[in-house]
Design a protein around this ligand. Structure first.
Ligand SMILES: C[S@@+](CC[C@H](N)C(=O)[O-])C[C@H]1O[C@@H](n2cnc3c(N)ncnc32)[C@H](O)[C@@H]1O
Length: 240
């Protein structure tokens, strides 16, 4: 549908009728040819001024997918870099991408739910999460923020991309609402659910949740070139 090496319409439909874990397992080999993979330029732009080569002891990428962020975190870490994802298929891809990247930091991959962090995932100087907030239900966002906090050392930073909510008069607002409504119907009628919603963890709510959990939030506008110029980078530092 998106690229000759990407998934067909029917493969995407099969994915959307599966659980999140199975859906991404099915998609893993072709995921890098879909628009759902965060572009390298976005990840690099987010990290460029935050950490140079070997400046971090360790970092973690949540919902790492095929490794868009993991492969850029590895050269910046001296000790180890950790990826977490529900899907084993995506994790295998992420490990291969990170191990092919520059640097000598150990690559650790853990299959699991980011809402339930495990002691083995460690505590890090930097955490990232890209392209996955749509899978975290609004009611789980406070739990997600607590999970991120528990994975950071005091002073550690959580880096991600979000946006201001679109105006209610814009076409994109109504397209997103229509998609969310269709997804709610799909999830009410069919098991297992495939939670994927637009307009989640947007700037005002993300900021409020992070500040409540003891983060200091810094937002950078104007970092990304079109067509990504409506996005902002958030660096949330764990201050307590
Ligand atoms: C759209 S992909 C994004 C992948 C990658 N971060 C990127 O930006 O290219 C979403 C990823 O989040 C993972 N995921 C969704 N919900 C998750 C959860 N609760 N815990 C762990 N991984 C999750 C999926 O398995 C999938 O690999």
């Amino acid at each position: 549908m998106f690229h000759r090496n990407g998934p067909t319409f029917f493969e995407l439909a099969e994915q959307a009728m599966s659980s999140l874990e199975r859906g991404y397992d099915l998609l893993a080999d072709k995921f890098d040819y879909t628009p759902y993979r965060t572009p390298d330029a976005i990840v690099e732009r987010c990290l460029a001024d935050l950490a140079g080569p070997g400046e971090l002891s360790s970092a973690i990428d949540l919902c790492c997918g095929t490794g868009a962020s993991l492969q850029r975190l590895r050269p910046r870490c001296r000790d180890h870099v950790t990826g977490v994802d529900l899907s084993r298929g995506m994790l295998e891809r992420a490990r291969a991408a990170a191990e092919a990247a520059e640097g000598s930091a150990r690559v650790e991959c853990h299959q699991g739910d980011v809402l339930s962090p495990q002691p083995a995932w460690g505590q890090h100087e930097l955490a990232t999460c890209f392209g996955a907030f749509g899978h975290i239900l609004e009611r789980d966002e406070p739990r997600f923020v607590r999970a991120v906090r528990s994975l950071l050392e005091p002073g550690g930073r959580f880096v991600f991309v979000t946006a201001e909510p679109p105006s209610m008069t814009s076409a994109s607002y109504w397209r997103s609402r229509a998609f969310n409504a269709a997804m709610r119907v799909r999830n009410a009628l069919f098991d297992p659910p495939f939670p994927m919603y637009y307009l989640t963890f947007m700037l005002p709510r993300a900021r409020a949740l992070l500040e409540q959990e003891g983060f200091e939030v810094r937002v950078t506008h104007g970092l990304f070139a079109p067509p990504f110029d409506r996005y902002v980078r958030v660096v949330a530092t764990r201050v307590r």
